[in-house]
Design a protein around this ligand. Structure first.
Ligand code: UDP
Ligand code: MG
Length: 321
C-alpha cells in the first residue's frame, strides 16, 4: 500500500510537536493510511528538537532532522522533501493552522490520479489587520510579477513522488516552493481549507521579513524589475528629447538665462532613477553571486528516527551515499 509522507517544518514550536504528532497519527491510523511524519527543526532556540526526538522514540513512523542553524522555512521544506520516502508527500505547517482533515481530501484526490493538490485558503484565520494588509500586498505584487494567481495559495500541498523528484532536482538555491509547484505543472487540483487559529507560540512573520521574502521571491521568479529599468530609461529619453528641443529653441531665441528649477529637478529625477536602476541590477547580481557560490540550502547537524543515507553535514542525499 502506498505511503504518505508529511513534511513539517518547525521553528520554535516545542509545544506543537507533540500535539501535531498525536493529531496526525491518530487521524491517519484511523483512516488506515500508511504514513511517516518528517519534522525538520529549523534551528529553533527552544526545545523543539528534543520534542521531535521524543516523538520519534515513541512512534516509529516519526523521523526528524535538525538544522545547524535557522535556514528558513523554504530550506526546511526542501530538507523535509529530501528525507521523505513516500509515494505522496504533503507539506504542512506544524502549528496545525492547516486543518489535518484536509489531508484526507488530498489523499483521496491523489488516489484518483491527481499529481499536485494545492491547498487554497478560504479565509486567513485570525491575524492582525497589519499582518493581513502586508500579506495582501505581498500576494498582489507576487501574483503580478510571476503571472500566477498566488492570492489564496499556501505551502499546504500534496505532491506526487514524481513532482517531489522534479523539485529536488532543481539546482537553484533560492527556491520559492509555493510557486514552484505551479511552475512544475502536472495534473493539479485544489482543495479549499480554512486557516485555523494558532494554539501555541506565535507567527514568525513580521512586516519586514515579509517584504524581504517578497523581494527575494519576486526576483527569483521574474526578471520584470530589470525590464522596468529599460522602461524608466525610455521614459526619461522621451522626456529629455522634449526638453532638449525646448532648451535649444530658447537658446536660439536668446532667452536661455533662467532654468535652474529645471536643472535641479532633472538632476534629482535622473539621479533617483539611476540609483534605483543600479539597485535593481545590484540585487540581481547579488542573487547570481549567491547561486554561483553554490552553497548548500541547509546543513543538517543530526537526525532522529530512521533516516536513510548519510544526510548529516551533507545537503543532498545522493552525495552522502
Ligand atoms: N518556520 C520555519 N522556519 C522559519 C519560520 C517558520 O520552519 O524560519 C515554520 C514554522 O515552524 C511553521 C511554518 O513554518 O511550521 C509556518 O510559520 P508561521 O506559523 O510562523 O507562519 P504563518 O502561519 O503565520 O504564516
Ligand atoms: Mg502558522
Amino acid at each position: 500500500m502506498a505511503l504518505l509522507s508529511i513534511v513539517l517544518p518547525a521553528y520554535n514550536e516545542e509545544q506543537n510537536i507533540a500535539v501535531a504528532t498525536k493529531v496526525l497519527s491518530k487521524l491517519l491510523e484511523e483512516n488506515q493510511i500508511p504514513y511517516e511524519l518528517v519534522f525538520v527543526n529549523d534551528g529553533s532556540k527552544d526545545n523543539t528538537y528534543q520534542e521531535i526526538e521524543k516523538a520519534a522514540a515513541a512512534n516509529p513512523n516519526v523521523k526528524g532532522a535538525c538544522f545547524s542553524r535557522n535556514f528558513g522555512k523554504e530550506a526546511a521544506i526542501f530538507a523535509g522533501l529530501e528525507l521523505t520516502t513516500g509515494d505522496a508527500v504533503i507539506v504542512m505547517d506544524c502549528d496545525l493552522q492547516h486543518p489535518p482533515e484536509t489531508i484526507l481530501k488530498m489523499w483521496k484526490l491523489w488516489q484518483d490520479g491527481v499529481e499536485v493538490v494545492e491547498g487554497i485558503k478560504t479565509s486567513r484565520g485570525k491575524e492582525s489587520i497589519f499582518h493581513k494588509m502586508s500579506a495582501g500586498l505581498f500576494y498582489k505584487i507576487m501574483s503580478k510579477l510571476i503571472k500566477m494567481d498566488m492570492n489564496a495559495s499556501s505551502d499546504f500541498k500534496l505532491l506526487d513522488r514524481k513532482v517531489v523528484n522534479v523539485l529536488l532536482e532543481l539546482p537553484e538555491r533560492n527556491t520559492f516552493f509555493r510557486a514552484l509547484t505551479f511552475w512544475a505543472g502536472f495534473r493539479t487540483e485544489s482543495v479549499e481549507y480554512e486557516v485555523q487559529e494558532r494554539q501555541f507560540g506565535e507567527s514568525k512573520w513580521s512586516f519586514f521579513s515579509l517584504m524581504k521574502y517578497a523581494v527575494a521571491n519576486a526576483t527569483s521568479f521574474s526578471t520584470f524589475p530589470l525590464q522596468l529599468v529599460t522602461v524608466m530609461g525610455m521614459t526619461l529619453i522621451l522626456f529629455s528629447v522634449i526638453l532638449a528641443v525646448q532648451t535649444l529653441v530658447k537658446y536660439l531665441m536668446g532667452t536661455a538665462v533662467e532654468g535652474f528649477t529645471t536643472v535641479i529637478l532633472l538632476i534629482l529625477i535622473v539621479g533617483g532613477f539611476l540609483m534605483l536602476s543600479l539597485g535593481i541590477i545590484g540585487h540581481y547580481i547579488a542573487r547570481i553571486y549567491e547561486e554561483v557560490k553554490g552553497r548548500p540550502k541547509y546543513i543538517i547537524s543530526k537526525v532522529a528516527g530512521h533516516v536513510e543515507g548519510n544526510v548529516v553535514g551533507a545537503w543532498h542525499k545522493s552525495s552522502g551515499e
